[in-house]
Design a protein around this ligand. Structure first.
Ligand SMILES: NC(=O)c1ccc[n+]([C@@H]2O[C@H](COP(=O)([O-])OP(=O)(O)OC[C@H]3O[C@@H](n4cnc5c(N)ncnc54)[C@H](OP(=O)(O)O)[C@@H]3O)[C@@H](O)[C@H]2O)c1
Length: 389
């Protein structure tokens, strides 16, 4: 029986992880669940999976959760609570919270020597070198959950990094790929949150719409697979069937295909190196009309180049990129700035911040803090000069 701690259990990845566990209750049990504030769903999950520990990030909700608990379960709160549950001895931590808040629990799990299934990509973007050093030092592997990185991981089984010429990360293009500039000026948060092929949380849906998600994934792939920036290409593949490809030095490509269902990469991370039976995940190749691959339009979607710029700079630049993006996406979701301002705010924050080559935790956290202040100032002036309609 493998013990699993699931951070971000009430989100989209959390929901899918529990569905995989539900289908394999004979192999997996839940040691801890963590969420930010969705008490109702968290209570239902506690009742079903009976974890001995739970963390609710918002301390004000502790009493509400306690008063409605019908099972014996210790409640922790705040970042300390997240870090504590992540450091308990378990077989795997699934990190499925969203944003930079996942960095400390990720490090806590690695320091405890626990393998981590990584959905929460932002910490790897912010502090990739530092995180990889921790993973190696504590012999605690990182198993990719992002569908593209899981695909690359699967294609690489049995090969060495010297066999790889480059990797090709596929991107659906998001809901606005062929939209005109005029149409993009009018995009509302609810339009940006509805993705054509994947059912995901708010932040990653907006990141997919700007293509920043693919930019973050480039940086994530550099660290997970030890690749140079120039070895990572992005191709637009609107069908979301080919989840990514590895191109080898002899000119061969190996791709991983499957339905657009996050249960597949989650199950692979949980059961690696073997596989789990999953229900309702069959795909009929003859149902597919065509599979297409296009070059990304980096002019219409500048976020991709911004991420490449930060990756090329290295040091604290990716932390600055990530912080500015988190702030800008939150402001867009609150209807404070227009869609097109997201990339603009990230670009200005990146340009005006002083990045350094340091990559230790202190430097990364300082860069994150300062970039958020700068981004908020840009958000304020943008929202004043471009009030939303
Ligand atoms: N969704 C996908 O298909 C997908 C695919 C690849 C990678 N990812 C990555 O996986 C991560 C999660 O994405 P998602 O789509 O599942 O997001 P989501 O649906 O928004 O869920 C986020 C989860 O994190 C929890 N959370 C947020 N802040 C927290 C905090 N401070 N402390 C504890 N829990 C906190 C939320 O709790 P509440 O519900 O209580 O707010 C929720 O359970 C992201 O980094 C994303 O980039 C997602």
């Amino acid at each position: 029986m493998k013990k699993i701690t699931l951070l971000g259990s009430t989100g989209s990845i959390g929901h899918n992880t529990l569905e995989v566990i539900r289908q394999h209750r004979d192999q997996y049990c839940v040691q801890a669940l963590a969420a930010r504030g969705n008490v109702d769903l968290l209570l239902r999950q506690i009742e079903e999976f009976q974890p001995p520990y739970v963390c609710i990030f918002d301390p004000a909700l502790r009493d509400t959760l306690q008063s409605r608990l019908t099972t014996d379960c210790e409640i922790l709160t705040g970042l300390e609570g997240l870090v504590e549950v992540a450091s308990h001895p378990v077989d795997m931590v699934v990190n499925a919270v969203v944003g930079a808040v996942g960095l400390h629990p990720l490090l806590a799990a690695l320091e405890a020597g626990t393998p981590v299934a990584v959905a929460n990509k932002e910490p790897l973007v912010m502090a990739g070198r530092y995180v990889m050093e921790k993973s190696i030092a504590h012999d605690a592997p990182l198993l990719p959950v992002d569908s593209e990185h899981s695909a690359i991981f699967q294609c690489l089984q049995g090969f060495e990094s010297r066999d790889v010429r480059q990797i090709h990360l596929t991107a659906s293009g998001g809901p606005f790929y062929r939209c005109s500039l005029e149409e993009m000026r009018q995009i509302s948060p609810s339009q940006a949150m509805s993705h054509p092929t994947w059912d995901m949380g708010t932040k990653i849906s907006v990141d997919s719409a700007t293509l920043m998600n693919k930019g973050l994934e480039i940086i994530e792939a550099m660290w997970l697979f030890g690749l140079e920036l120039d070895q990572i290409r992005v191709v637009i593949h609107p069908q979301s069937i080919v989840h990514s490809l590895v191109e080898f030095i002899d000119g061969s490509f190996i791709a991983q295909l499957g339905p657009a269902d996050m249960k597949l990469p989650i199950a692979y991370a949980l059961s690696y190196p073997s596989r789990l039976v999953l229900s309702n995940t069959r795909m009929d190749l003859t149902d597919m009309a065509t599979l297409t691959f296009d070059k990304p339009d980096c002019k219409a979607f500048p976020s991709l180049d911004l991420a490449r710029q930060a990756a090329r700079c290295g040091g604290t630049a990716p932390a600055i990129l990530n912080a500015a993006n988190e702030e800008a996406v939150a402001a867009f979701c609150a209807s404070a700035i227009p869609f097109l301002a997201i990339a603009d705010i990230v670009a200005r924050t990146l340009d005006e911040s002083e990045s350094s080559s340091a990559y230790d935790l202190e430097a990364v956290l300082a860069a994150d803090r300062e970039a958020r202040l700068l981004a908020r100032a840009h958000i304020k002036s943008t929202s004043e000069s471009y009030p939303p309609c």
